[in-house]
Design a protein around this ligand. Structure first.
Ligand code: FMN
Length: 191
């Protein structure tokens, strides 16, 4: 770790999925500012297929109707749910990408790239003192209808964002040993 990468490592160490939100309302300016920095995330052919849909108030109620029951109370407590979407039609913005994805999954393209953005977004939010929780527990069809998505667009994740009520998350799960995670091709695990 060098002097320069310390803040990123710190944000990675500090970020946890918020165990409890207290009522707050994150301003649209703040969300835009985080979205802009997170937009430095890498993407295939720099196509940046991500969009952030902000749900508060009655829009949050509608988003909640598409969440798994176990996620609804968390979303209501947070007060703000962001729906991160991607559009498979983005591939057509580049002739090179359109050719490459002719016989490949455009859905994979969206999932890979929007996930990069999601992680960046959470780290920037963390560094600004905001608590987050990413969620995949939603009905994709229902959430797409709530957000008015085009047929080529779909939600990749819901991100709750707000203020922590101070409740501590449980112990982190076991982290994988690098000897398991890192596999040198040719001779299996490197240990
Ligand atoms: C792709 C993804 C989907 C997730 N879906 C949910 C969810 O639907 N509901 C929820 O409460 N947490 C969800 N989580 C949060 C995980 O439970 C959490 O990240 C994991 O337990 C590790 O804890 P940590 O984020 O505090 O390190 C999700 C996380 C990821 C990355």
């Amino acid at each position: 770790m060098t002097q320069d990468d310390r803040p990123v490592v710190q944000a990675l160490e500090d970020r946890r999925s918020c165990a409890g939100f207290r009522p707050s309302s994150v301003g649209l300016d703040e969300i835009c500012s985080i979205a802009e920095v997170a937009g430095l995330a890498p993407s295939e052919l720099d196509l940046q297929p991500w969009r952030v849909h902000v749900a508060q108030g009655s829009a949050l109620d509608r988003v909640c109707s598409a969440l798994l029951e176990s996620n609804v109370a968390k979303a209501r407590a947070a007060g703000t749910a962001l729906v991160l979407s991607g559009d498979t039609a983005t591939v057509d913005d580049s002739p090179v990408a359109a050719r490459f994805y002719e016989n490949r999954s455009r859905r994979d393209f969206v999932l890979r790239n929007v996930s990069m953005y999601l992680m960046a977004f959470m780290l920037v939010a963390e560094s600004r003192g905001l608590a987050t929780r990413p969620m995949a527990g939603f009905d994709e069809e229902a959430l797409s209808a709530v957000c008015g998505f085009a047929p080529t667009q779909f939600p990749v994740a819901v991100l709750l964002i707000g203020a922590s009520d101070g409740r501590q998350p449980g112990q982190r799960g076991r982290r994988l040993d690098p000897a398991v995670m890192v596999v040198r091709l040719g001779d299996g695990a490197h240990r």
